[in-house]
Design a protein around this ligand. Structure first.
Ligand SMILES: NC(=O)c1ccc[n+]([C@@H]2O[C@H](COP(=O)([O-])OP(=O)(O)OC[C@H]3O[C@@H](n4cnc5c(N)ncnc54)[C@H](OP(=O)(O)O)[C@@H]3O)[C@@H](O)[C@H]2O)c1
Length: 244
């Protein structure tokens, strides 16, 4: 089996490539570093020759709606068109839990993920969507994204971070065993409040930034699954954080 891994050298793509290769699957990494631009389509036709499945773990630094939608939708459309010509039989996309629901429908980056999901569903290649909560290793980055004037501003909303390797294993299953067309959500085994999680994480790292609990709409309640989901088993690496 041969997989084209769009974003194959990123935070998710890199361990996923290792996981798939350990299962005997040939991986073609598809990133800018590999000379492939999924957004413009450059290099796609050649890279997809003989490929059975596309796995899309692309990302963009564009957090505004216009930029995020253009990137995520455009990439899926290019992958679908080139994939169809190459006879690809499966398109797996990594999305985020809760996008498009409630307050999360207001966030530009999340609108990009909604557009990505819609595009892959509308495409001609059978599509599997994996929706994950935030990765445990991503929490410090999330704290940076919430920093304004040196203070971390966090609403008291739920978050259920998952260990990245457990998401990687589910993505590998999406390639090997899940029924094409499946939508599967995954979250960590514990639910916290975001402000508590930030405080504990920064303290553990010796980061002296103050975490200010804020009200209002700064952050959507999108970080926990709503219905059935696969619960990861790996606990957050800091003990003693109150559960929500
Ligand atoms: N972070 C989280 O907690 C979390 C949770 C749930 C879901 N997700 C989703 O996981 C996905 C992957 O995130 P990540 O953190 O692994 O991203 P990342 O580390 O930023 O990696 C993104 C990859 O996309 C590639 N890329 C960007 N533009 C490209 C283009 N035009 N053509 C080809 N490749 C391009 C990059 O290639 P180069 O390295 O060559 O530039 C890079 O390998 C995202 O869609 C995100 O929404 C993340």
């Amino acid at each position: 089996m041969k997989v084209f891994l769009a974003g194959g050298r990123g935070r998710v793509g890199s361990p996923l490539a290792d996981n798939l290769e350990a299962k005997g699957i040939e991986v073609v990494p598809g990133g800018l570093e590999d000379g492939i631009d999924v957004f413009s389509g450059r290099g796609l036709a050649e890279a997809l020759v003989g490929v059975d499945a596309i796995v899309n773990v692309l990302n963009t630094p564009r957090f505004d709606a216009e930029g995020a939608i253009a990137f995520f939708e455009g990439a899926v459309e290019n992958l679908t068109a080139a994939g169809e010509r190459a006879g690809v039989r499966l398109h797996v996309v990594l999305s985020i839990v809760g996008v498009g629901e409630g307050d999360a429908s207001e966030i530009g980056y999340y609108l990009g993920k909604v557009a990505q999901e819609k595009a892959v569903r509308a495409g001609s290649i059978p599509a599997t969507i994996i929706r994950s909560t935030q990765f445990q290793s991503y929490i410090p980055v999330l704290a940076d994204q919430h920093t304004v004037d040196g203070k971390v501003r966090a609403p008291r909303v739920f978050i259920q971070p998952v260990e990245l390797e457990e998401v990687v294993e589910l993505l590998a299953e999406a390639v090997t065993t899940l029924e094409p067309g499946s939508v599967v959500e995954i979250a960590g085994p514990e639910r916290f409040y975001l402000d508590d999680l930030f405080r504990a994480t920064l303290a553990e790292r010796g980061d002296e930034r103050e975490v200010v609990t804020v009200g209002g709409q700064e952050m959507p309640g999108a970080m926990v699954p709503r219905g059935m989901y696969r619960a990861g088993t790996v606990r957050y690496p800091i003990a003693g954080i109150p559960l929500a």
